[in-house]
Design a protein around this ligand. Structure first.
Ligand SMILES: C[S@@+](CC[C@H](N)C(=O)[O-])C[C@H]1O[C@@H](n2cnc3c(N)ncnc32)[C@H](O)[C@@H]1O
Length: 273
């Protein structure tokens, strides 16, 4: 959930289509991008690869393995920090994001760092690439929890991967859905069902327009989704809150992080055909 709720917005739980999700989240990320990059840019690093608010980096976790000489697609790439890291490690990193403003920040960082990430505006549910174009597809909190048609998004990742390719993504840990999105003590008491998949929706009070959407899948949902598209689940990483880490990011905090997982990283391998 977002860490930027304007007062004129009300929160609901109700079904939303892929069209509504995309038409809410694209403009929402356009509006939020400047604040997001100003608030979190230094933590992410201009050519850094952070998997989540706990701050674990790809250098530490090695989720993708050696990316040298590999074609790597980041879905929901934002300002392209992770893909820029891929480039510094000898991989051919490419970005895709729904938000024009996020991609403008990516261009800014291309210039500032001298490490350009070729990027395209698009959606996770309709990747503009030929079948079998990539060795790795990944998301670091990008796209997947904002997509309604998750079956289509996972099918798209499978389609653009080469046989045996790797699909790795971090999302809010599914167990967090039960708790209020509060970094303090209030965020430690379960208040809603883990199994209730009804999306989190923010609605503009004045216009009634859906302005932000997040979707929930249980751990079992993710396993079935991956299996259904021919993936083998290689790992499920649940990063622990580091002892010396005291940064609050939305609902992520030390108070909660020491007790409950905040991030889940799924690592899956495409069928070898
Ligand atoms: C939390 S940000 C993560 C970006 C980047 N990985 C980072 O760590 O800063 C989520 C990104 O997903 C993008 N996004 C949301 N829905 C998307 C979709 N359907 N397809 C592609 N990108 C999407 C947003 O525009 C945003 O840039």
């Amino acid at each position: 959930m977002e860490d930027h709720l304007p007062q004129s917005v009300r929160v609901e739980r109700r079904p939303v289509t892929e069209h509504e999700s995309r038409h809410a989240n694209g403009p929402d990320w356009d509006r939020y991008a400047d604040e997001y990059q100003a608030t979190h840019g230094a933590f992410l690093g201009d050519a850094g690869f952070v998997w989540g608010p706990e701050g674990h980096t790809e250098d530490e976790l090695g989720i993708l393995g050696d990316v040298r000489d590999l074609d790597v697609l980041e879905v929901g790439s934002g300002a392209g920090q992770c893909s820029r890291w891929v480039r510094t490690r000898g991989g051919r990193g490419f970005g895709l994001d729904l938000s024009h403003r996020q991609l403008q920040h990516s261009l800014r960082l291309d210039e500032e760092t001298g490490v350009p990430v070729p990027s395209v505006r698009g959606t996770a549910t309709d990747l503009p690439f030929a079948d079998g174009s990539f060795d790795v597809v990944f998301c670091s909190f990008g796209a997947l929890q904002f997509v309604s048609d998750i079956d289509v998004a996972v099918a798209e990742a499978a389609r653009v991967l080469r046989p045996g390719g790797r699909f790795a993504f971090s999302v809010t840990h599914p167990t967090r859905w039960m708790f209020p999105d509060d970094p303090g003590e209030a965020g430690l008491t379960a208040t809603q069902s883990y199994w209730d998949r009804t999306p989190y929706v923010e609605v503009d009070d004045a216009t009634g327009v859906v302005s932000y959407v997040e979707h929930h899948r249980t751990l079992g949902d993710w396993v079935r989704l991956l299996h259904g598209h021919g993936f083998t689940l290689a790992d499920l990483v649940e990063p622990e809150w580091p002892e010396d880490h005291d940064r609050v990011w939305g609902g992520w905090s030390r108070t909660r992080g020491l007790l409950t997982p905040g991030t889940a990283i799924f690592v899956a391998l495409a069928a070898t055909r």
